[in-house]
Write a protein that binds this ligand. Structure first.
Ligand code: AMP
Length: 194
């Protein structure tokens, strides 16, 4: 499963909750990058330049990292990718990884939210956390990238008929319930069409 949403839509929180409910491992590319930044690894040093500016880390770096992560044993029982793919080149790359494995993408969940609400939320988060990419100029740049690049990713999965959308506004628990219901409804529809 994939979860896609604009910055501040709560996809990280929802990904954690959904992975627990479904019993599959959640993999967040943003979290892996941040762990590498904290650890001062070569990958972290490379990624930090892009992250601080709100830019995407280059596909070559991100794709290799995802391929390595998806090669680990704990993904055999299924996985939930949070924050990847974000570009159409990453979609193609993920297709290649999946084709080499015995798995497939069952469902892509899109969390939706209004830009101004997201900016407000992220500025609030900036005061609570020390994320270096939560200031207004960088936030707006991250939103632009989402609209300009990641929406093409969403369109691709919509064309494949595996996209389901959920309103990301409101309380965290309400959104989780909406997500769980959307996945269940989606599974029901898929089961009927087999
Ligand atoms: P996130 O926690 O998902 O908002 O990701 C934080 C930052 O990590 C992003 O703003 C990018 O700089 C980088 N990042 C995470 N996932 C990707 C990706 N799939 N492609 C490129 N950069 C990424």
């Amino acid at each position: 499963m994939l979860i896609i949403g604009p910055p501040g839509s709560g996809k990280g929180t929802q990904a954690q909750r959904i992975s627990e409910r479904l019993g599959v491992v959640a993999i967040s590319t943003g979290d892996i990058f941040r762990a590498n930044v904290r650890g001062g690894t070569p990958l972290g040093i490379e990624a930090k330049r892009y992250m601080d500016a709100g830019d995407f880390v280059p596909d070559s770096v991100t794709n290799r990292m995802v391929r390595d992560r998806l090669g680990e044993d704990d993904v055999d029982g299924g996985f939930l990718l949070d924050g990847y793919p974000r570009t159409t080149a990453q979609v193609d790359y993920l297709d290649g990884i999946i084709a080499d494995s015995k798995q497939k993408i069952d469902v892509v969940l899109q969390l939706t939210a209004d830009d101004e609400e997201l900016v407000k939320r992220l500025l609030g988060r900036a005061q609570e956390t020390a994320r270096s990419d939560d200031n207004e100029a960088v936030i707006r740049h991250r939103l632009d990238l989402y609209h300009n690049q990641t929406e093409d990713v969403i369109a691709t999965y919509a064309e494949r008929g595996i996209l389901t959308r959920v309103d990301g506004l409101g309380g965290v628990d309400d959104v989780t319930e909406r997500v769980v219901k959307a996945i269940r409804d989606y599974e029901t529809v898929q089961a009927r069409s087999v």
